[in-house]
Write a protein of this length. Structure first.
Length: 151
């Protein structure tokens, strides 16, 4: 399963749990490259019944947001622009309706590629936490989205 090929950047899921998360997503995107499934992402709005400690952290601090729970990209297509395309589509879809896009990136184990990517597209650190003990630390990130256009 593509999700599990992306561990530890995302947590491992079985097919039933991935289907459940997909059913409650505010935005769910899939990508193809040359007619081949390349990846997916799931975004949640506030108020979803989701037991993620990272989602709970953001929910305690933000009233209105979009939480990017996971992006999974086929390993053979990494660095081919799939992730950047997901983010561009999310910003386009959420701009004017949602003030901020939130996500987290692993500090322990460190994900330098993802940290640099998020910094390059404008995310800023809004906190850190150890959601599952000292063996894992995440950097909590926020990207302010464009406000609605005034008429």
């Amino acid at each position: 399963m593509l999700n599990n090929a992306n561990v530890p950047a995302v947590n491992e899921l079985d097919a039933a749990e991935l289907a459940r998360l997909h059913s409650m997503a505010h935005v769910a995107l899939a990508a193809e490259v040359d007619d081949v499934f390349a990846g997916f992402c799931l975004v949640f709005a506030p108020g979803v019944d989701y037991a993620s400690r990272n989602y709970a952290w953001f929910s305690a601090r933000y009233d209105d947001f979009a939480y990017l729970d996971r992006i999974a990209v086929d390993t053979s297509l990494r660095r081919a622009g799939v992730g950047r395309a997901f983010y561009a589509t999310l910003v386009e879809r959420l701009a004017g309706t949602t003030p901020v896009l939130l996500c987290e990136v692993n500090l322990v184990p460190r994900n330098d590629v993802s940290l640099a990517f998020h910094e390059a597209i404008g995310f800023r650190e809004v906190g850190r936490q150890h959601p599952y003990g000292d063996e894992r630390e995440v950097q909590m990130l926020a990207l302010d989205l464009p406000a609605p256009l005034e008429r």
